[in-house]
Write a protein that binds this ligand. Structure first.
Ligand SMILES: [Zn+2]
Length: 500
């Protein structure tokens, strides 16, 4: 076992617990409203993922940046028609304050998924970003998935199906619907929609949904749109009429645009589909062209920081989830590590006196952290040996997924594979899975909610996920329609020490 020998002294634990008690009794509790809010979602970042990442950082007692925030709560993630949620109904809950049906975005649960024609006016809504824009705050969305993917789309789009990222997908699902009755695809809503159009910063990936099939992007990959519309050109045209606007497609131009220019609008799309995983960027040595999440958040803050009335920024660490779906635990822990670094940077760069940071996840995954491994054991390695079949098993495993084929000889559940020859340093290695599935599923238990800054104390206890955006709105004094009592004096206070 590897641990500090201090841990063998009872006094060490008593003293460190006492220090925590002292810190708890001094927790800031301010009723002052926040000028800015940054809302981070780690897609699929279950509590197990967080615990495993501590060890990936080097020690069981390590804390991720957001675990050091003073307030913590739990959110219930079910949606209206499913016990275990997807990223679209949860994005609607944590961004707009409404629980709806699985795989839909900002459309009331009275409408079923993939309904081609419905009363858009009566059933569609928007949330946090619209409230912020109406209050005069600058807004931004950052993700390392496609910007039209479920989580970021929840910030600006309403759609009866999360897969309607461009018109080709709507045409396939609704072949008989007349053009004038067709829903607007998600990419189109980002460029022309009431909320999308007003976003000051948009950074992510997924160029293909913005380009016609006949057009190639900066990496030579073709678009997927059928309507012949180049939405990147359309975005430039729309926004050049509104202020200083720039589109960037690689890291160097992103950094240059964010640091040296006074931009009103910034659109950055860095890949055809999802952005590359951190470990792929490293392996392919494309770090000079492809920004990582922390770099994107850094650039977004550079553009938003000057905003007179403050800003609301939504950030998704989206690849934690996609890695889990393929049972590739190392990939997922590295993405969680990157997410932790982005939050650390944002907290250090902003003031706890005027900027609320909330960190949560949309839903869990089926990852297990099990066995009785000794302290200091490699979190990605062998946890123990089974006393039944005498074969080793890993500390991390999944309830289902493609890792099934790495688990049993010829898929025979009574004959396990000896995993001691696997290369657990290779990020492509899939981890053990009990039930065979082409894509590992989400999990249904609660996710953590971590908060720091003005109003952070509101984010505690066990809550429904759809309460989160209401709390952010209250803490930042936006969302006039909810009738909070506005107190402008609150904005002018100095330090938090006056407000215990
Ligand atoms: Zn997922």
């Amino acid at each position: 076992p590897v641990y500090d020998t201090l841990e063998e002294e009872s006094e060490y634990w008593r003293t460190s617990a006492q220090q925590s008690v002292q810190e708890h009794t001094k927790l800031p509790k301010t009723d002052r409203r926040a000028k800015n809010a940054i809302f981070f979602i780690g897609d699929g970042m279950s509590l197990t993922t967080v615990a495993a990442t501590r060890m990936y950082l080097g020690n069981e007692n390590a804390s991720l940046s957001f675990e050091q925030f003073p307030y913590f709560g739990l959110a219930k993630t079910y949606c209206v028609n499913r016990q275990v949620a997807d990223s679209a109904c949860t994005a609607t809950a944590y961004l707009s304050g409404v629980k709806i049906n699985y795989a839909m975005l900002n459309v009331a649960a009275s409408v079923k998924r993939t309904t081609c024609e419905y009363d858009h006016e009566a059933t569609e809504f928007k949330g946090l970003m619209q409230w912020a824009q109406e209050a005069g705050k600058a807004t931004g969305v950052v993700t390392n998935t496609r910007i039209t993917h479920a989580s970021p789309a929840g910030a600006y789009a309403s759609s009866a199906d999360r897969d309607w990222e461009d018109d080709s997908e709507i045409n396939a699902d609704c072949p008989t619907t007349m053009d004038e009755n067709k829903a607007k695809d998600i990419a189109t809503q980002l460029v022309y929609g009431s909320v999308g159009k007003n976003l000051k910063v948009i950074l992510g990936c997924g160029r293909r949904h913005f380009l016609p099939k006949e057009t190639s992007d900066e990496d030579g990959k073709a678009g997927t749109r059928s309507d012949g519309v180049n939405l990147i050109d359309a975005w430039k045209e729309v926004h050049s009429g509104l202020g200083e606007a720039e589109y960037v497609s690689d890291k160097a131009s992103l950094m240059e645009a964010a640091k040296t220019k006074k931009l009103d609008y910034l659109l950055g799309l860095f890949d055809s589909s999802h952005c590359l995983y951190n470990l792929e960027i490293d392996e392919q040595q494309v770090g000079d062209r492809k920004p990582k999440l922390t770099e994107m958040v850094d650039a977004a803050l550079s553009v938003l920081e000057g905003s007179e009335k403050g800003y609301v920024l939504f950030v998704e660490g989206g690849l934690i989830d996609t890695a889990h779906h393929s049972n590739r635990a190392r990939l997922s822990l590295e993405e969680t590590n990157e997410f932790h670094k982005a939050i650390d940077m944002a907290r250090k760069r902003t003031s706890v006196d005027d900027t609320l940071i909330v960190v949560s996840s949309d839903h869990s995954h089926t990852l297990m952290f099990n066995g009785y491994p000794t302290r200091g054991n490699n979190i990605l390695g062998i946890g123990d040996i089974s006393d039944i079949d005498g074969l080793p098993y890993t500390t991390l495993s999944y309830a289902n997924g493609e890792g099934f084929s790495q688990t049993y000889v010829d898929g025979n559940p009574s004959k396990r594979i000896d995993v001691s020859n696997y290369d657990f340093t290779n990020y492509r290695q899939r981890y053990l899975a009990t039930v065979p599935l082409s894509s590992e599923t989400h999990g249904g238990e609660d996710v953590g909610v971590y908060a720091s800054g003005p109003g952070a104390h509101l984010f505690s206890g066990s809550m429904e996920q759809n309460v989160i955006p209401m709390l952010i709105a209250y803490a930042t004094n936006i969302g006039e329609e909810f009738g909070w009592v506005t107190n402008d004096d609150d904005h002018n206070h100095g330090g938090s020490e006056h407000d215990h």
